[in-house]
Design a protein around this ligand. Structure first.
Ligand code: ADP
Length: 542
């Protein structure tokens, strides 16, 4: 027997429809690339998204075709997304921090036919566009007055282009399983891999994100997504904020402490989300200028492990609740969030921060497990670590074009490439990337644990741990350190600081000091490059 309920496909344009109808006057505030703060509303954004859809359709772009965006968080970028999705297109976010050749590779692989671009990135596009065979049109997210000179054919100013449409357009009727968005993983090893979101997965993901024990956001919030739309969908906020009708504050290209503080203060932001480095810059700015955060209630921190010092400062000094979260592009991206279950409601002080330090637990809609290399499930005991595998309605089922098939198994589990343990209450803690974990005599050593410990030394600015070949143990840890300016800690001082805080066999076999540690386009330590750099390194224990 089938249920007798309506088929109401989960389509992204229904989100902007609802925002316009229920919260039409709610503002979207953007720091524009041109300079000034500009204000629009969900009502206006919907009308302009309809114009984008109408204009794209009139230009001959079709259902299922990929349309790139190379832009900061702004109302225009948001309108472009909804316009692309509403005419059946697939928005494809591009990370401007990648090398031009990588961006061109990704655009060619996705066969992007058009590109929405911010003024900031026009010099980049001049380089890339001639390399992308499929690219027919470049729409610059600005008005005629700010249009730059360009040698490229078919470049238009966004405002002129949509002014030629009246918005009298009906969103395309579609199946909820049709593609609506695309994002490539950064590909620190091998070629980047394309993740293809469906309307259904984006809508479900946005609903999951809003839940009280996930991000817990409402129409009364003022939301500042610092995390870029090109970095794993701004963690879903471009869908979940309009879904619940929260005011949005878009930071454009300025993410330094002073600029973020200005928006937090003048727009009375209550909720924000960003990677740890952004918060470090903000906290420094607050401390240097003796500022406070009277409006901000909650921040979500993820993308890489959040240092405990950040969590403690926010909560103790500024009264801001921190939610540490883990996820990845392949998961739309939310995987787990460290909100507090009743089991931990009575915890205080360090014991509470210990829990907040974990990556948290999976909300409804995300299943997870940890396994050994033979796919045997490992216990949730808070210490046995293994490969972290996930499944759910907003988790990728394969990559575009079938790349990376070995990461997906027959039961629908996706191997995240992360190594983690899960405690009896479901709280997960990342201990490493599978390709970074050090296998010493058959046992695993967590490089992240060693790094976290080493950066706790007052003279250490940054630390990375890699495995180096060892004749007896296969691999042993080498600790790579960037010292704080003006500080000269010795090898012995650092090892002495770590001693007793970890198992003896986890202790690094050596310490080297470098001027700089290489980073990826999303700010993570580039361990492949480091491993190449120290490939022939002879450990004193070898
Ligand atoms: P990119 O490399 O482009 O940033 P993702 O955002 O998809 O791509 O990166 C996902 C990876 O980032 C995860 O698999 C995990 O290794 C790491 N990561 C994300 N959040 C956290 C976190 N809170 N703690 C530790 N690692 C994290």
């Amino acid at each position: 027997m089938l249920g007798l309920m309506q088929q109401w496909p989960l389509l992204n344009h229904k989100i902007i429809d609802s925002a316009a109808r229920q919260h039409g006057a709610r503002e979207i505030v953007s720091r524009s690339v041109e300079g000034p703060i500009v204000r629009t509303t969900y009502g206006e954004a919907r009308t302009r998204a309809l114009k984008v859809a109408q204009r794209l359709a009139r230009d001959g772009f079709k259902r299922g075709e990929r349309i790139g965006t190379l832009a900061w968080n702004s109302a225009r970028h948001l309108e472009a997304w909804y316009g692309i999705m509403g005419m059946g297109g697939v928005y494809h976010t591009l990370n401007p921090r990648l090398f031009p050749e990588q961006i061109a590779w990704i655009m060619n692989h996705a066969e992007d036919r058009a590109l929405f671009v911010d003024l900031t990135f026009m010099p980049l596009v001049e380089k890339i566009a001639p390399l992308v065979k499929s690219l027919e049109k470049v729409i610059v997210l600005t008005d005629a007055a700010h249009m730059p000179e360009s040698k490229l054919p078919n470049v238009v100013a966004y405002e002129d282009w949509i002014a030629e449409a009246d918005g009298d357009f009906a969103w395309l009727a579609m199946d909820e399983n049709e593609a609506c968005g695309m994002c490539y993983t950064s590909g620190t090893t091998g070629d980047p891999k394309g993740v293809v979101y469906s309307h259904r997965s984006n809508v479900l993901h946005a609903m999951i994100a809003c839940m009280p024990d996930a991000m817990g956001i409402s129409s009364r919030d003022v939301i500042l997504p610092v995390v870029p739309m090109f970095h794993a969908n701004a963690w879903g906020l471009a869908q979940s904020a309009p879904m619940i009708g929260a005011k949005l504050v878009m930071p454009g290209g300025k993410m330094d402490g002073a600029s973020i503080y200005e928006l937090l203060d003048t727009e009375k932001v209550t909720f924000s989300a960003a990677v740890p480095t952004v918060w470090l810059m903000l906290l420094q700015h607050l401390e240097q200028n003796g500022l406070s955060l009277p409006h901000l209630n909650k921040v979500v921190i993820g993308g890489s492990a959040c240092p405990r010092a950040i969590t403690e400062k926010f909560e103790k000094n500024y009264g801001v609740q921190v939610i540490h979260a883990w996820g990845m592009t392949e998961m739309s991206p939310l995987g787990t969030l460290a909100t507090i279950k009743p089991e931990y409601a009575d915890l205080e002080g360090d014991a509470l921060f210990d829990i907040k330090q974990t990556q948290g637990y999976a909300p409804f809609g995300v299943e997870m497990k940890v396994t050994d290399d033979e796919n045997n499930e490992r216990p949730w005991d808070g210490k046995t670590f293994g490969r972290l595998k996930v499944r759910g309605p907003a988790v990728a089922s394969s990559y575009y074009g079938g790349a990376g098939a070995e990461q997906f198994d027959a039961e629908g589990w996706f191997d995240t490439g992360d190594v983690a343990h899960i405690n009896p209450n479901g709280y997960m803690q990342i201990t490493d990337r599978a390709k970074d974990v050090i296998k010493s005599g058959g046992e695993w050593i967590s490089t992240i644990d060693l790094e976290n410990l080493a950066v706790g030394h007052p003279d250490v600015a940054e630390a990375a741990v890699i495995g180096v070949a060892h004749p007896k143990w296969d691999e042993r840890p080498l600790l790579v350190i960037v010292r704080k300016p003006g500080k000269e800690p010795t090898r012995e001082a650092i090892l002495g600081f770590m001693e007793g805080k970890i198992a003896k066999w986890w202790m690094p076999d050596d310490v080297v000091f470098v001027a700089e540690i290489p980073h990826t386009a999303t700010g993570k330590i580039q361990k492949t490059t480091l491993r190449d750099q120290f490939r022939g390194y002879r450990l004193p224990t070898a």
